[in-house]
Design a protein around this ligand. Structure first.
Ligand code: COA
Length: 215
């Protein structure tokens, strides 16, 4: 049986273990996303009400975590949006629909909570299936003024992003002090860090500019 529920403090370590395994050697040798999950929970922008675990027969197999973000308009105004990530499913259970169930649940809950839009960074093949599109469509750039294919938005109601443009400011909670990573990592059983060919491709994809003309 599959259940999705809010994450609770008793889940923290298990969630971090799964996050670590899911991301290990994926984007670079080792991983830091478990450390991010560990630190972001203490940040003011963290949204426990939109952070969920998915369980299979009572055992946690994945999690998703939300933070507040904002679009800074050209006039200096701030429009509140939300963001999610990391999201992960334990490796043995990948591509069996659990991520879809978790992400869909989280999107629906964001609507229920009355949020305007989700803006996130990631790979389009992960998020297009839910309706996310590059933020260039909405004239929402990164803080450097550029549009990236990996920065995407999903309006949560009709017209939610109409007339909204500017620069997306993700939470500082997504950029933890990396100095703490090594000591934190040492609290887990050792895993081998490997340089793998796909990491280079991910690195290139992460900085790919969105060159498409907007209509
Ligand atoms: C990304 C992740 C959460 C997806 O969960 P999942 O349970 O494996 O995904 P699902 O089976 O629900 O797939 C849903 C859809 O997402 C897309 N998708 C998911 N993983 C994909 C992959 N590796 N490559 C291409 N498309 C993918 C597909 O459209 C898929 O539908 P399909 O299987 O019918 O083609 C999971 O694979 C994971 O933990 N990966 C490692 C960590 C990570 O990369 N997290 C996302 C970045 S923050």
């Amino acid at each position: 049986m599959i259940t999705i529920r809010n994450e609770q403090p008793k889940d923290y370590r298990q969630v971090e273990e799964i996050t670590r395994k899911a991301f290990w050697n994926l984007y670079f040798p080792g991983a830091s996303e478990h450390y991010l999950v560990h630190t972001m929970r203490g940040h003011k922008d963290y949204m426990p009400e939109l952070s969920f675990v998915i369980e299979e027969n009572g055992e946690i197999i994945g999690s998703i975590h939300f933070t507040h973000a904002k679009v800074i308009t050209p006039g200096g105004g701030e429009i509140s949006v939300v963001s999610f990530g990391p999201v992960s499913i334990k490796p043995e259970r990948h591509r069996q629909g659990f991520g879809r169930a978790l992400i869909t649940h989280a999107i629906e809950s964001s609507k229920t909570h009355g949020h305007r839009a989700i803006v996130l960074g990631g790979f389009p093949y992960h998020y297009k299936p839910y309706g996310f599109v590059g933020t260039k469509k909405y004239d929402i750039a990164m803080t450097d003024g550029k549009f990236y294919t990996g920065v995407m938005a999903l309006p949560l109601y009709d017209g939610a992003l109409d007339g909204v443009s500017g620069k997306i400011k993700f939470s500082d909670g997504l950029y933890p002090d990396e100095n703490g990573l090594e000591a934190y990592e040492a609290t887990f059983p050792p895993m081998k860090k490997l340089s793998l060919p796909h990491q280079k491709a991910f690195e290139q994809a992460a900085s790919e500019l969105d060159e498409q003309e907007c209509k």
